[in-house]
Ligand binder design. Structure first.
Ligand code: HEM
Length: 507
């Protein structure tokens, strides 16, 4: 019976419907109902990227769309760069907002609040959000749609962006004063201010602190100095939320501690919590105008904390790790970033335009670290059947774009695709625009934080290299990527595989 079903599902049916994506066969010797439910789920949780690679290679590595059954749902995977470009363009048949809706529910926001956020006003009189913000809204966008515009206003270079950028620069600069390197990540201290620090804990502390203060103002950390710790406890296991993992009490408890802290922040009068960014002010004003409860609003902000922080400390960790393990590269980056500090005027702030536009190796390591260490995906819901890569994606299904599959495509990155080589981005300035390079996604959900993320990393590294002599300490083995733990973003190093950095303040 089981063999008949398998023959039907993976051989006969695909032959009868050649325009449907083929499905990677699965074979688990348990009863039929369970098989249908699980599919590749167990294997996927253990090594998701491995299963996707298996699927791609199983169909002759043609990169045609294929399907995997995970936990009772048939998911469709795109791994061909032209197909992915097509997906990003198809905004009618493939939507992202329903995915964000579902995600918000998983974060604990109520359906009632989300329905309000997604409801389009029926008339000007009904449009409370535009009135509150004093903006024009001729196409009667819902708050969910307007939020995309607000994010762009906050994060794409312009006045409100420069305000946020200035705060980030100040906080990171403060953290990198020799006297301020004193957290639990300091492993030992020597003469003349020398310290050895554990890199992961250090970059987590600096970037989380800077981002929380820059977005919410200093009050948030006065209310709860442990907020970064709570966030990291959640972040470490956040995959359990997406996978609806049954045993996830600790992850949920940590997430709740983050949103409860934000709720305490929101309960304070505004005059007692100055310094919030444009996006936080705007989210608060608009949601309150819609009647969103403080509890729901805190959970929405919990998502904001997640999206603004989950990847950035990891990309700084990997960029630093690659740089520290390549002394020649470190030297090149130290030299190329020197003019950003304007030695003729030591009190002048760092020149960010110089840092972003005139430091090709710094940019190269950042992009190469993202290429090698990202395991993010774009997700879309199919609202009407659409043909991509010659295959029909059925209505109601979900399509996944696993970036890692494209980041290791030798046709775009050359024969040394598996190796760390930042020069590929130095030599080919257009490589960051390649359809096979998608660390920030694309289309409607293209990450608006990509500028600030690169700046956070650039500012940290530049100030570090010019305030300290830096080198590797302790175990000099390059940390391995933890591919045994599912992730929704950049990969972590394997447990215990940190980088020890020796810092000597420059005279
Ligand atoms: C290196 C660090 C970062 C990486 C790798 C990254 C990556 C991504 C990816 C892959 C997406 C989803 C794209 C898609 O579905 O197609 C995304 C969305 C988003 N990111 Fe980032 N991100 C980073 C940093 C940031 C930062 C620092 C912020 C804010 C300060 C931010 C704000 C956002 C927002 C608001 C969205 C949602 C966009 C939407 O809903 O349309 N990201 N990011």
């Amino acid at each position: 019976m089981y063999s008949v079903w398998r023959l039907w599902a993976f051989t006969v049916k695909p032959a009868l419907h050649p325009d449907e994506p083929k499905e990677l066969p699965y074979w688990i010797p348990v009863d039929l109902i369970l098989i249908k439910l699980l599919g590749h789920a167990i294997e996927y949780v253990k090594n998701g990227q491995g299963v996707i690679t298996k699927g791609r290679e199983y169909f002759g590595d043609t990169r045609e769309p294929f399907a995997l059954t995970l936990g009772g749902e048939k998911l469709y995977f795109l791994t061909s760069p032209p197909d992915v470009s097509e997906l990003y363009k198809s905004t009618q048949a493939l939507v992202f907002d329903k995915i964000v809706y579902e995600l918000s529910i998983m974060f604990g926001v109520t359906h009632g609040a989300m329905d309000n956020v997604y409801r389009r006003p029926t008339s000007e009189a009904d449009d409370v959000v535009s009135r509150t913000m004093n903006i024009k809204n001729p196409s009667m966008k819902s708050l969910a749609q307007l939020n995309n515009d607000f994010w762009k206003q906050q994060l794409v270079p312009g006045e409100v962006y420069y305000n946020l950028q200035g705060k980030f620069l100040k906080y990171i600069s403060d953290w990198l004063q020799p006297g301020n390197i004193k957290g639990p990540y300091v492993m030992s201290s020597g003469e003349k201010g020398e310290k050895t620090v554990a890199l992961l804990g250090w970059v987590q502390e600096v970037l989380l602190d800077a981002a929380l203060r820059a977005f919410f103002g200093d009050k948030i950390l006065e209310i709860e100095p442990n907020l970064p710790k709570y966030f990291l406890e959640f972040d470490d296991d956040n995959w359990k939320l997406w996978y609806k993992w049954p045993k996830a009490d600790d992850m949920h408890a940590a997430k709740d501690r983050v949103s409860k802290t934000i709720q305490r922040y929101l309960a304070l009068p505004k005059s007692e919590r100055p310094g919030a960014s444009f996006i936080v002010e705007t989210f608060e004003k608009t949601q309150r105008a819609l009647g969103t409860s403080e509890e729901d609003l805190a959970k929405i902000f919990c998502m904001v904390v997640f999206v603004t922080n989950t990847n950035t400390y990891k990309v700084l960790f990997w960029t630093m790790a690659y740089m520290l393990h390549n002394p020649d590269l470190l030297d090149i980056i130290r030299k190329e970033t020197a003019p950003a500090l304007r030695p003729e005027d030591p009190d002048a702030p760092l020149s960010l335009p110089y840092l972003m536009d005139s430091c090709p190796y710094l940019a190269g390591v950042f992009h190469e670290a993202l290429r090698l260490c990202s395991a993010s995906s774009s997700i879309r819901l199919v609202t009407s059947p659409i043909t991509i890569g010659g295959k029909i994606l059925p209505q109601g299904s979900r399509v996944i774009v696993p970036f890692r599959q494209m980041h290791f495509d030798g046709r775009y990155f050359g024969q040394d695709v598996d190796s760390f080589n930042p020069e590929r981005f130095v030599k080919n300035k257009n490589l960051t625009h390649s359809p096979s390079y998608r660390p920030f996604g694309g289309g409607i959900s293209y990450c608006p934080g990509r500028f600030i993320a690169r700046q956070e990393v650039g500012v940290f590294i530049t100030l570090l290299l010019h305030r300290f002599d830096v080198g590797l300490g302790g175990n000099r083995k390059f940390p391995e990527l933890n591919n045994e733990k599912p992730t929704t973003g950049l990969m972590d190093p394997k447990p215990g595989e940190d980088v020890h950095v020796v810092l000597r303040p420059k005279a």
